[in-house]
Design a binder for this molecule. Structure first.
Ligand code: PML
Ligand code: MG
Length: 271
């Protein structure tokens, strides 16, 4: 990759609360179009029109860009968010997250993990053994930034997702984000469900099983959602991990398998 890219980051808020965020890597010629798209999204968000929109653009030197492969994706059929959370919990345990840490993270996201009981702007860092929260700022959390797909990988991903009826920005962006998060060796697993009231899906991402989606991890209409990154406490340096997640540049050039929907018992670790 010889061409320098720009990192383009958008954050929006409304009523003093986080509304949406978006991350892209783009060539200079694409910046204006993508910036306009991001502003449009913040103005037409399902939770209302943004009151503040921040856009930040940084040049990324070509030599700092590393490439990678997207996590494989599959969907597990669940009847409702109770069954979804149970299945997500089992998958976290299979990845080495202890039960108390999985339970604590699920409960915190469900109750609103920010100090004011709303969703956080970024992700919690959770000790995978004790369940203790490790992020420096419990309202902001940690953000995964500076990751995207090459244009060819984006086209291929959209084709494969479309075959499963899943080509939407939630899935595309969450899959890219989870791929970057799991590229950090000290992260065992990620748990996420959306904070958008009209979108009930979420996922658990692990190295063994990839990105496993559950169509229901919360009830329709619920605004509380968020992310937990489970870390191995003994290998964990918060500053090193935060610097990797927020600053390392990952341009994904290979798409993984995009599988269909299966029942929970069909996943190898499902009991
Ligand atoms: C979000 O966009 O708020 C997170 C979405 C997570 C689930 C995306 C999916 O796989 O459907
Ligand atoms: Mg959202």
């Amino acid at each position: 990759m010889s061409e320098p890219l720009y990192s383009l980051r958008m954050r929006s808020s409304r009523l003093d609360s986080h509304l949406s965020g978006c991350e892209r890597l783009a060539a200079a010629d694409d910046l204006e179009r993508l910036a306009a798209e991001m502003v449009g999204r913040a103005l037409r968000h399902p939770r209302g029109r943004a009151e503040q929109i921040s856009l930040r653009v940084d040049l990324v030197p070509a030599e700092s860009i590393r490439n990678g492969r997207l996590l494989d994706l599959r969907t597990i059929r669940v009847d409702d968010h109770c069954q979804g959370r149970q299945a997500a919990r089992e998958l976290l345990l299979a990845a080495g997250v202890h039960a108390r840490a999985a339970d604590a993270a699920i409960a915190r996201i469900a109750l609103g993990a920010a100090p004011d009981g709303r969703s956080m702007r970024g992700a919690m860092l959770v000790d995978a053994v004790s369940g203790a929260r490790l992020e420096a700022d419990p309202a902001r959390g940690v953000r995964a930034s500076r990751m995207d797909l090459t244009a060819a990988a984006q086209r291929e991903l959209r084709l494969r997702l479309a075959r499963q009826g899943l080509d939407n920005p939630h899935v595309r962006e969450a899959l890219v984000l989870a791929t970057k998060v799991l590229a950090a060796p000290e992260v065992l697993a990620e748990l996420c469900w959306s904070d958008d009231p009209d979108y009930t899906a979420g996922y658990v991402a692990t190295r063994e099983h990839g990105y496993v989606r559950f169509p229901h991890l919360k009830p329709l209409g619920e605004e509380r959602g968020g992310r937990a990154f489970f870390v191995r406490g003994d290998e964990f340096d918060r500053d090193v991990l935060t610097a990797f997640l927020e600053h390392a540049v990952l341009l994904i050039d290979e798409v993984g398998d995009i599988g269909g929907t299966s029942d929970w018992k069909e996943l190898p670790c499902g009991k």
